[in-house]
Design a protein around this ligand. Sequence first.
Ligand SMILES: [Zn+2]
Length: 476
Amino acid sequence: MDLLQPIIKPYAWGSRHALARLQGRAAPSAGPEAELWMGAHPSGPSGLVRGGRATTLRDVVAADPERELGTDCARRFGGRLPFLLKVLAADQPLSIQVHPDRERARTAYAAQLRAGARGPYADDWAKPELLCALTPFEVLAGLRPPHEAADVLAGLGLTALRPLVDLLRDSDSDGDGHGDGDGRGDAQASSEALRTVLEWPSGRREALVGSVVDACRRHSSAGGPFAGAYDAVVRMARHHPGDPGLVAALLMRHQVLEPGTALFMPAGGLHAYVSGLGVEVLANSDNVLRAGLTAKEVDVPELLRVTDPTVRVPVVHPRTVAGPGLTEAYDCPAEEFALYRAELAGTCGPLVPGGGPRVALCVAGSVRLRAADGTAVRLGRGASCFLSAADEHVRVEGSGTLFVAAPGVAAPGVTVPGVAVDADSAPARAVLSHPTPPSSTPASSTPASSTPASSTPVSSIPPTKHIKDDNVVHIR
Ligand SMILES: [Zn+2]
């Protein structure tokens, strides 16, 4: 068990209070503090002390992947820790972005290396991510169905937007008047609308964005289903005046995540996180394609290529699993990561999951972790540690809230309702495979294992409640 010294990323959108308070430092901090990184990514590996020597988690894993990750995880992920745990503290909106799937990341990164050119790809991995809200977290996630995007734009009453509204309304491929977002016509219309907005002629861009923001201001106070989305545009415009991303934001689904709920962002899902504090677990990648609301480099053609307008972005409600206190799992189909949360009130028991490489982060209270060999660490609020596969079964005690990231268990072909490309034509069924965490039997397997014994058989998973309301698919 190694206490981690996480890296703070000082991106401009970061808070000067949230991370400082979480870690018990004086606030406000000297500059913005956007992300706390706990992991082994080369762009910011966490520090730690092993055998009295200061090193990084990246070097520790590289020196003995089998010991640190376990044989199975080391083999599955080429000796890399497959996930990165972060705390996001957004005072201002993050860029409008999308992440590639594994195939695109692999080919584009290889092409970039061959060309010897700088480019948008930082590595050859996909970057699915799961954001769990610690405070209400406002997000734009996924593209709206065309008919709804048309209503949002039409609601502003601007002549300049009329062609876009017509394009989106024309997309109703199944002719039922609702444009269900399930036809090729719908996907094409969404892509076309996004392209039109992001490639608006530069000479007329400022006028368009100005009139859209003014109209959003007028309509945000009038109530109605899109008042929140209009208001978000007005607030974002303070940080990014004149940015065409402000118009693109209206094509995206606006929602506020309740604390304790999470958002799973698959490859191809267009998103912009607006504000809030949250724990994020993601594949160990830094591949981000940006289209706006940022001072960083944007790559609109590549973003349009990678964006999949049919991607649904499910809100994930945690599922209670056997473990100390209230232990919950956030189910998602990512192979690279799984996320657990434990609420402890003077409780003691085996930590979930019970093996494999794990990063534990305490966000409230204070807990003590004790490995089988007797070594122990205390985690106060904001502190984190790495548990290697060699630490195996760890006991936890204390009062507080602990997040634990671990490798995922998804097998090829596993889907979550709402993530499938054509969700409406598929029956509502759960084909989510997930580990049965160890309860009082420390001999059970770990989520890093892909043996059948570690996964709940598909047939034994209770029927998934599949509710659609305001664009959110709840997984229960
Ligand atoms: Zn992202």
